[in-house]
Ligand binder design. Sequence first.
Ligand SMILES: NC(=O)c1ccc[n+]([C@@H]2O[C@H](COP(=O)([O-])OP(=O)(O)OC[C@H]3O[C@@H](n4cnc5c(N)ncnc54)[C@H](O)[C@@H]3O)[C@@H](O)[C@H]2O)c1
Length: 367
Amino acid sequence: MIKKIGIPKEVKKDEGRVSLIPEHITQFTGVADILVESGAGIGSGFSDSNYTEAGAKIVNSAEELYGNSDIICKVKEPQEQEFDLLNSSHVLFGYLHLASNLGLTKKLLEKKLTGIATEMIMDNSIYPLLIPMSKIAGNLAIQKGMQFLEYSSGGKGVLVSSISEKKNSNVTVIGCGEVGKSSISKAINIGANVTAIDLNEKVLEDLKKVYGDSINTIKGDTPESTDAIRCADLVICAVLIPGMKPPIVISNEDISKMEKGTVIVDVAIDQGGCVENVKANTHSEPFENRDGVLISAIPNLPGAVPKTSSIELSTALQKYVHFLLEEDWFENYKNDKNLSPSLQIHNGLLLSEEVGDSLSLSVSKLV
Ligand SMILES: NC(=O)c1ccc[n+]([C@@H]2O[C@H](COP(=O)([O-])OP(=O)(O)OC[C@H]3O[C@@H](n4cnc5c(N)ncnc54)[C@H](O)[C@@H]3O)[C@@H](O)[C@H]2O)c1
């Protein structure tokens, strides 16, 4: 039987992305029916007629979309107003980030649906669906940080870029993977004094090879790394232990030692954040002012540039939707070592050890 893939309009605050763009829908003609909620592509610059021309059917409400779809192909995790729309027949496919969200995890278990966390899909030890969003988020972390450092935001009034040989700003990046490398590249290009911190020394050596004297590299969890965190104008936090809630790398004590107007951008907030007591912000209320230090933790940074982000996301995602269309997809999926880490919820069972550890929930194994 031909399956129905539903593409809902995202309802997370300030989220303009859509999971699949019209160009990538044509390939499903004759293989699956595509239902798109009216307006789902608007934030990314795609109209309903762009979708119908590509072969999709437009439905007028979320109820109609969820009620008639087998696969719910989303960008972000379901929000509270979507919970009632989910049912046990659904395969939910999107960035779920369950390790930081006990309420959502319990709700998905209760619904007895199948939940696939696309950020955990692997391909030869990399995470192909996380990487493009991480690269965008790393760029935006600098862009946002520059804006928050402005005087009118309550920042130090420091220009991150330089206007002469002399560098104006100190940018410290903690966690130098995809997000971190993007932030580092942007910060160095505009002339900031950049310090990179990571626990993995090979990562730091590679950065030195690329940037030479233009970068300072420091092993994490050392007195030197603490100094570099406390003395920066802008700190970007981008650590990740895949599937888990991240460790705290900026403590309340660190924050108390920072100059007023310092900006911290906690990009890892989607996994729970790595700044002590951090709370998620939104694009419209982008930071908390904690005793003069501005802490920004926006879990959907790429949502700020949905046109760019949706094209990148859909490009990476399209191939993986096909795996869900096969007749015996579930057996294949659970036995595939690259795909199985993303299969995290099924029929009331939590399958991810990382999520179980992070939320102190018991985990089941499928046989
Ligand atoms: N907020 C957003 O919109 C958004 C968007 C994309 C990605 N993210 C998140 O950003 C985070 C980073 O993603 P990524 O793709 O760059 O991950 P990555 O795996 O590429 O890089 C993570 C880096 O953190 C380092 N690390 C781990 N523990 C550390 C510690 N205690 N101290 C210092 N370094 C440590 C690792 O060695 C690695 O180099 C993730 O939580 C990801 O989900 C957020």
